[in-house]
Design a protein around this ligand. Structure first.
Ligand SMILES: NC(=O)c1ccc[n+]([C@@H]2O[C@H](COP(=O)([O-])OP(=O)(O)OC[C@H]3O[C@@H](n4cnc5c(N)ncnc54)[C@H](OP(=O)(O)O)[C@@H]3O)[C@@H](O)[C@H]2O)c1
Length: 273
């Protein structure tokens, strides 16, 4: 049975480790975790006492067949330097930083390297995990890594060159969609005079129902709009405004994220912020 290590237990590291343990994709006694500050790890050891909490990145590296780097992009260079003598040539190194190029890690590690971009919503068993493999990852290791995420999410293999911009649709999207819901709620509260908290609840329930209805496959987005908006009715008037305004807003949003990334994965030490 493979041993899995995680260096970095921030928001995404935590979501990743807890999701994979909860859906039993990982066995607790085969997991080692290190975080620079230990405070955040007490919840993990309470939930999964058999998980090994490590005192150094080097210890995790030595204890892992598959090693996930889950720190800030800016810390990856230092972490790789620190563990360079502890990494076995066969260890499968996996970065969750879209800002780190696979090639950059391959220059620092002689073994297989993959990039996995998970999403915060994998804790709900939904969302897409994007995966790109370096040229040294043999088919069996590719399959194992992809299988690891298949319970908690849908898995999409993407060429590394396309991966960065695709994260807008996967790992960034929950934040972007939450913003859309918030703007919808705040405007709705102003318009109908209900308290904002009540409107947020209504919007959440409606968004959930809309997503579930679409997920049945009986209707697509265009079909649902058509069904809800009776000709000459009120919904149609609202849709017309959105049709005029939203495409330009989303084009600007994608342009801003692409510009922020600089279009490329960055060399270690640089960060797109
Ligand atoms: N958030 C998402 O939805 C998401 C999705 C996909 C990918 N990612 C990627 O995941 C990475 C981490 O994101 P996050 O949201 O988890 O950020 P975060 O909550 O800020 O966590 C950052 C992690 O990096 C560690 N760290 C920071 N500087 C360090 C250093 N100098 N040495 C050692 N450890 C250091 C932190 O340790 P301490 O707790 O000790 O500070 C913490 O574990 C980012 O590259 C991000 O692009 C995030």
């Amino acid at each position: 049975m493979k041993r899995y290590g995680f260096i970095g237990y921030g928001n995404m590291g935590r979501a990743l480790v807890l999701s994979l343990l909860r859906d039993r994709s990982l066995a607790p006694d085969h997991v080692t975790v290190f975080n620079r500050t230990s405070d955040s790890l007490s919840e993990l050891s309470e939930l999964f006492p058999d998980v090994v909490l490590s005192t150094s990145p080097s210890e995790v590296a030595r204890a892992s067949d598959v090693l996930f780097l889950c720190t800030d992009t800016s810390a990856v260079g230092d972490v790789m330097e620190e563990i360079s003598r502890d990494l076995d040539g066969n260890t499968h190194v996996v970065t969750i930083n879209s800002g780190i190029a696979i090639g950059t890690l391959e220059a620092l590690h002689a073994g297989p390297v993959s990039k996995v971009i998970p999403t915060m919503i994998m804790t709900s068993g939904h969302g897409f995990t994007l995966i790109a493999h370096g040229s040294r990852v043999p088919p069996l290791l590719q399959e194992d890594l992809e299988a690891l995420f298949q319970r908690s999410s849908k898995v999409k293999l993407v060429a590394e060159g396309c991966l960065n911009d695709s994260t807008d649709l996967t790992s960034c999207a929950p934040g972007l969609m939450a913003m859309m819901m918030e703007a919808f709620s705040e405007s709705g509260a102003r318009s109908c005079g209900l308290p904002l908290e009540e409107v947020r609840e209504i919007v959440l329930e409606t968004m959930l129902g809309t997503a579930l209805t679409l997920a049945t496959g009986n209707d697509n987005t265009l079909g649902l709009m058509d069904k809800v908006a009776t000709r000459g009715g009120i919904t149609e008037k609202g849709l017309k405004v959105l049709e005029m305004e939203l495409p330009a807003i989303f084009d600007r949003m994608f342009e801003a994220t692409r510009t922020a990334r600089g279009g490329q994965a960055l060399p270690i030490g640089e960060t797109s912020g």
